[in-house]
Design a protein around this ligand. Sequence first.
Ligand code: NIG
Ligand code: FE
Length: 419
Amino acid sequence: MNTLLLSHIGMLATPTGRTAKAGRAQGEILTLSDAWVYAKDGRITAVGTGSVPSVLKHADCTLDCAGKLITPGLVDAHTHLVFGGWRQNELAMKLHDVPYLDILAQGGGILSTVKATRSASEDALAEKAACALDEMLRFGTTTCEAKSGYGLDLDTELKQLRVIRRLNQTHPMDLAATFMGAHALPPEYREKRADYLRFLCEQVIPAVADEKLAEFCDVFCETGVFTAGEAEQILQAAKEHGLRAKIHADEIDPIGGSQLAGQIGAISCEHLIVCPEAGIESLAKGGTVACLLPATSFYLNTTYAPARRMIQSGVPVALASDFNPGSCPCLNLQLVMNIACLKYRMTPEEVLTGVTLNGAAAIARADRVGSVELGKQADLVIWDAPDLNYLCYRLGSDLAGTVIKNGQIVKGEADGKNH
Ligand code: NIG
Ligand code: FE
């Protein structure tokens, strides 16, 4: 048995429940002052305020939180974690206003990362992705989603997904895997779109499912990439193999991806920068989580997703990093929280739900993580902040003082007494 006590918490801030929060409920979080949290064998078993009951006082490890803010560990529900190389060469093109889709059409962008990922070994990819996970943990992220999609051939897609599986087994971070073979049309299929779709549906998706390498399937529904009709075809095949749908939609052009996401009951729909009203209505009807990526809007220097309209319309909003080598080489959810407040006009309470419980719901993990409640995993962050407003207000510092994953300290020191 392994026990952990967090005492003298100045503010415990957490959403509550085991499902996504929409509308007004997204901003209704629980805050407790003068609180304590007790965990046994990696699970939260008691939470309270005032003095700690004497039976709980002698934990294996006691952390004195000294009046600080505690939240659930952050959940990053959208990353492209596993890839070869970087793309710093694109910075100069961005500064000359070459559009993202033009870089892709010229064989750069995603396709240049595809080249680097195909030629990297599984070990090299794993080592590189593990460094990114280390950094994410240090910023307070304790669960993340990770997509394939830089292989676009059978071997490399499986290689990426095996890296995700290996890291899930070996790294403290919990990972949820998404197959994204429909991230771009690979060069060898340039004149053969229909053949690539058939290849994905008839060969790659069954192989991914056979090895149980992914829970979700995502499609980049965008001008010049995949149409809504093609996305539907791929996601239908994925569903037949037990993979739940996600769609990158309305990132640059609104071509029907968000409407489709709601219609087919996708678990989440990503980006939604230029989401039309009809898309918002469809997401609300379908119970689909809008997974918004504000750091990508910042990095692409574009407009911002209509988050307030979504919240008003009853769409649960999750906030994630979109970590990838092109449109958002950022894995710090604290920055995402700042941008969401300032640009989406979301309140700190709504933002917290977005990076915890709603992120967890976007990857079917809301029963296990995303809140500080009895029975949930002891994934917690002690922030160098007195309250939630401070966390969303400070910019550019790393305020994650101590990070706890499954009841173990993965960053920071046990500065209380250790028995
Ligand atoms: O979510 N939009 C498509 N995929 C990524 C970018 C991938 C890349 O540029 O390498 C995204 O923004
Ligand atoms: Fe993405």
